[in-house]
Ligand binder design. Structure first.
Ligand code: SF4
Length: 545
């Protein structure tokens, strides 16, 4: 009997994933314009991400348009494809991702940038956009990371959507379809795209455009995305996610998502009801938003779910920190209360603009203790102005939680990154040596009070994230070098980038790579917020004196 080849095995796997899917809504089955969404994450993670479903719905239902999906192959398959020179295939068609008219890469996080290039390399897509002048497909990038700072990826993509796709994607499709079907040169299509609001086209605008490109966002009526394909093989098996609000009403000074998803928009319960009615009662339902418990009609939404025999739960603070996005499974676990005080002291929390007190978290713990089975507390290390007493306050915070609740407590620690478009975008990142030392001390102290489950960040990986998201075009060169299999040090070095650059403050008078964008709020607001943080810090120093 002949053994199955690796190629057959991976193709079988693709067919199994497809066969296990249940569609809540179907896209066009005929169309002349072939689009493809590539999400540079593996299937299980990608299909648990609501933004992916939202984008797929938009593309697959646009007139005359077909849409397929592609994901980052798992490691073994990736290595096999690389050795055998096999491209990444679309899940739905088995065709190479290169064989489409429009290839849209979704990149919510800067950690998606390198895998996006890996998918392009596997599929033999020429990296540099200027070398693809006469080649198809057109490569479009979207997602929070490239909305914040598209410059590091500007050599690779033909166009970037700055902001949300609802108002922009339709006009993009119309231009590409109409000019493409008339066989107009690609340069003409890009010139057409560059005229659209919210589109950044490097070949036309350059890397330092003279006029600003305005972020676009959806109207409140368009909010309410729903999972369109249910699968047992995702990080949220057999689950439907329904968006009940977008943006965040709190706008903490350090949170990039909070700023870039302004304004806060809620969808009304009565407008979501018909969507909830479509959800099969053998699936779980998650109401998603940055802060879902703040939705004005959460109670009504819970009642609608109950009427439909659905057990609904909320995505507890899933977006508070972009780094936590990967932990969706834990966060959505109905039996775990996840709280994100970020720091242990009220005064430092006030400095970073998160206006909640320790007491409000303790109250939440008291109330939830009879309902949940576990508590996870998330902190950030290396927050601007953090001092040794703030780190002691973390231990005190955890000790208090343990004293008011008998249920098991775990702690998660991330490192603060001064991200673009936040009040702290000019500040320096805490240096590696200090952060390593503080993390080790914290773990030891947590262990001494009986917290065994501590997930700490990898300081080295966080350092790379910061270099990517705060970078300029040279970051793109470093990513390309990294594809040769070298380490990050070599990659950044060969791209002429100092890895220490993120450990220094940025000069407020010097232009930042992302400054040409217009986010709907100015640098003046960010600078003012930073001044307010300084004032809060001064106040707490005076109080201590
Ligand atoms: S940290 Fe959380 S509460 Fe604050 S702005 Fe971000 S999402 Fe909103």
């Amino acid at each position: 009997m002949s053994r199955k080849s690796a190629g057959d095995k991976y193709d079988e796997r693709r067919c199994e994933l497809l066969a296990a899917e249940r569609r809540l809504s179907t896209g066009n089955s005929v169309g002349v314009f072939e689009t493809l969404i590539a999400f540079p994450r593996e299937y299980a993670q990608a299909m648990g991400h609501l933004a992916f479903h939202r984008l797929y719905k938009q593309l697959s239902t646009w007139p005359d348009t077909l849409c397929a999906r592609a994901f980052l192959p798992a490691k073994d398959e990736y290595n096999w494809r690389k050795r055998q020179h096999k491209p990444v295939d679309a899940l739905d068609t088995g065709k190479s991702i290169k064989d489409s008219d429009l290839l849209v890469f979704l990149m919510p996080s800067e950690t998606d940038w390198f895998p996006a290039l890996q998918m392009m390399e596997l599929s033999d897509i020429t990296f540099r956009n200027y070398q693809r002048e006469h080649k198809w497909p057109i490569l479009l990038a979207t997602g929070l990371s490239v909305t914040a700072n598209p410059i590091p990826m500007s050599s690779f993509f033909d166009a970037f959507i700055i902001g949300e796709t609802e108002p922009t994607l339709g006009p993009v499709l119309d231009i590409i379809k109409s000019l493409g079907s008339r066989r107009r040169p690609k340069s003409e299509i890009l010139a057409g795209l560059a005229m659209l609001p919210g589109l950044y086209v490097p070949a036309i605008h350059g890397i330092d455009p003279k006029f600003s490109i305005m972020r676009q966002w959806a109207s409140s009526d368009s909010i309410g995305a729903l999972t369109n394909t249910i699968s047992a093989h995702t990080i949220l098996p057999n689950t439907c996610i329904l968006e009940i609000a977008r943006g965040c009403p709190f706008n903490c000074r350090f949170c990039m998502a909070g700023y870039l998803m302004l304004p806060y928009r809620e969808q009304r319960a009565e407008d979501l009801e018909h969507k909830i009615n479509q959800i099969p009662d053998d699936t779980s339902l998650v109401y998603a938003a940055c802060t879902p418990d703040g939705h004005d009609e959460l109670q009504e939404l819970m009642e609608i779910a109950e009427k439909n025999n659905l057990k609904a739960r909320i995505s507890s603070h899933m977006k508070e920190s972009p780094e936590l996005e990967e932990e969706l499974t834990t966060i959505l676990d109905a039996e775990t209360l996840v709280i994100m005080p970020e720091t242990g002291s009220d005064s430092l929390r006030k400095v970073i603009g998160k206006f909640r007190t320790n007491e409000s978290y303790f109250k939440l713990v008291r109330e939830a203790s009879s309902v949940v089975k576990r508590i996870q507390i998330c902190f950030q290390l290396g927050v601007p102005f953090e001092n040794s007493s703030d780190r002691v306050a973390i231990i005190e915070f955890v000790t208090t939680v343990m004293s008011i609740s008998d249920i098991p407590v775990s702690v998660r620690i991330d490192q603060f990154i001064p991200r673009p478009w936040t009040a702290f975008q000019w500040t320096a990142m805490a240096n590696l040596r200090d952060v390593r030392e503080h993390l080790a001390e914290l773990k030891e102290s947590l262990d001494s009070i009986g917290i065994q489950e501590v997930s700490g960040f990898d300081p080295r990986a966080t350092h790379i994230h910061a270099l990517l998201i705060r970078g300029n075009q040279a970051v793109g060169r470093a990513l390309e070098v990294k594809l040769e299999g070298v380490g990050w040090n070599t990659a950044f070095d060969r791209a002429g980038l100092s890895m220490n650059s993120v450990f220094a403050e940025k000069d407020q008078n010097k232009k930042l790579p992302w400054e040409f964008l217009n986010m709907g709020f100015g640098y003046t607001r960010l600078a003012r917020e930073y001044q307010m943080a300084l004032a809060a810090e001064e106040e707490r120093n005076t109080d201590t004196d």
